[in-house]
Ligand binder design. Structure first.
Ligand code: EPU
Length: 453
């Protein structure tokens, strides 16, 4: 698939998903590497001269975009689909510019700013702008870089950061921003002296980045707490490494939601249960059973109608905003009234109008949604507006009576690897199709599994 010159792993823009709901899902799913960790590790690989290898890299559109951003810096990259490995050969960086055409497609690529400032003492990176779920400013990233000694100019939609020398600083973040914490960690790796990031984000992806950097020769401590200290090292202290990223907690949460909400039973492998503590506690309150079988294997099941719960999204270790839309889909048919408060983004209820089209009873007022559980949802034509809203529509379609068709799958392909096959393997009646290719009769007859696509 090609979007404006970028070849992507995912399918065609015209592709749709057809789901016949009402099947209790059963079986096993294995979780891939964490998208939101791996994208940052790829940027971190730019700090050391030589070839670093990252394992457990999911085959996602966002990974592909990040590879293009890094290649744009004159750095060689290779993605090995079979072994799910990315190699980044960063001996030479020949460009310090990340263009708008790429950064606007995936705001996480803004992370190369910190890496370039660290390694080259200069970077020109497009400002990503807002996106479907909110304004998503980058002011903390910029202020933090200035505190480290970089001079910043914003010109023609680009951030131009330049420093003759970076020095350690005490930086306090107004909000524990994931991206700002990561950008500043990277920028501080080779700054002279100690940098202290206070009110730092505590997400597992931050800990993964710190572990990656320390394996490379950096000196980062406190990751996973609200204060991270980075003692500057020299370029020659850093060496290329091989590193396997953590499992994707949001992908794991998505399959947990699917098993539970269809009143099924499933085993989820390659998951870190400690990364999902808050989410799990809400699922248990809803009535789900969660059993730890092995340190990285859990079993989830549910036999009865779910119960309503209230949810407030918060930075880690609070309830993850990336699972809010999925929890909402689950609660649409729960017994009782749930109140969901989204406290991280201004506009992360994009799934609401679509869920209403399936019969959900949701009243939304700014960042609060009141969900009155109905007996059942019914299948409908649906459109994914962003990644997690799209995932919530899959969950809703799996629960619903009848057939749903979901379009704009490119959003979902950004963050879920091979998802229709994974869902099919646990019994879902789901097919990705393109009107031009698939015999419509096959779809009408519900012979999705035999469809030759
Ligand atoms: N914020 C500012 N100024 C800043 C930075 C952030 O006002 O300089 C605000 C944002 O506007 C937002 C809030 O702070 O309202 C939190 O933003 P944060 O910086 O923590 O988020 P992010 O780094 O842009 C990452 C994930 C998101 C996830 C959030 C929160 C990646 C690539 N993205 O975004 O994941 O929702 O943290 O956990 O790591 C997703 O995977 O679907 C996704 C959106």
């Amino acid at each position: 698939m090609i979007i404006e010159g970028i070849e992507l792993f995912g399918g065609q823009l015209t592709e749709k998903l057809k789901i016949r709901g009402g099947v209790s899902l059963k079986g096993e799913v294995s979780i891939g590497g964490a998208k939101n960790a791996v994208l940052k590790l790829m940027a971190a690989a730019l700090l050391a001269k030589g070839e670093s290898k990252i394992y457990n890299v999911p085959e996602l559109t966002d990974v592909q975009i990040m590879l293009r951003v890094i290649e744009g810096l004159g750095v060689k990259t290779k993605y090995d689909k079979v072994n799910k490995t990315v190699a980044i050969e960063a001996t030479d960086i020949t460009s310090i510019t990340a263009k708008y055409e790429l950064v606007s497609k995936m705001r996480a690529s803004f992370i190369v700013l910190g890496a370039l400032v660290s390694r080259c003492k200069e970077a020109i990176v497009a400002l990503p702008g807002g996106c479907a779920i909110g304004e998503r400013r980058v002011d903390f990233h910029i202020k933090g870089l200035e505190a480290l000694g970089a001079k910043i100019k914003i010109e023609n939609g680009y951030v131009h950061a330049k420093a003759t020398k970076l020095h350690g600083a005490d930086i306090y973040l107004d909000i524990p921003s994931v991206g700002a914490t990561e950008n500043l960690m990277l920028a501080a790796v080779m700054a002279e002296g100690a940098t202290r990031i206070q009110n730092a984000a505590q997400e597992p992806e931050i800990v993964d980045l710190a572990n990656f950097l320390n394996t490379m020769g950096a000196d980062v401590s406190g990751a996973g707490t609200s204060e991270i200290v980075i003692n500057g090292v020299k370029q020659e202290d850093l060496h290329p490494i091989e590193y396997a990223t953590i499992p994707d907690r949001i992908e794991a949460g998505t399959y947990m939601a699917a098993f539970i909400t269809t009143r099924g039973k499933g085993i989820i492998k390659n998951v870190m249960p400690s990364h999902l503590t808050f989410f799990n506690s809400k699922l248990i309150k809803m009535g789900a059973n969660i059993k730890l079988l092995e340190p990285s294997v859990i079993e989830v099941s549910c036999k009865q109608r779910l119960s309503a719960v209230n949810i407030v999204t918060q930075p880690y270790p609070g309830f993850p905003t990336d699972l809010q839309s999925l929890a909402m889909a689950m609660l649409t048919t729960a017994d009782g009234v749930s109140i969901i408060t989204e406290s991280l983004y201004e506009n992360r209820f994009m799934q609401v109008p679509e869920l209403r089209r399936m019969g959900a009873d949701i009243h939304q007022e700014r960042n609060h949604a009141l969900v009155r559980g109905v007996k059942k949802l019914t299948g409908a034509n649906l459109k994914a507006s962003d990644l997690r809203a799209g995932a919530s529509l899959i969950i809703a379609a799996l629960m619903a009576d009848g057939v749903s068709e979901i379009e704009s799958l490119h959003h979902i392909d950004r963050g879920y690897e091979n998802f229709e096959e994974k869902f099919r393997n646990i019994g879902a009646d789901i097919v990705r199709y393109n009107d031009d290719i698939v015999e419509p009769k096959l779809l009408q007859e519900g012979k999705y599994n035999e469809a030759s696509i």
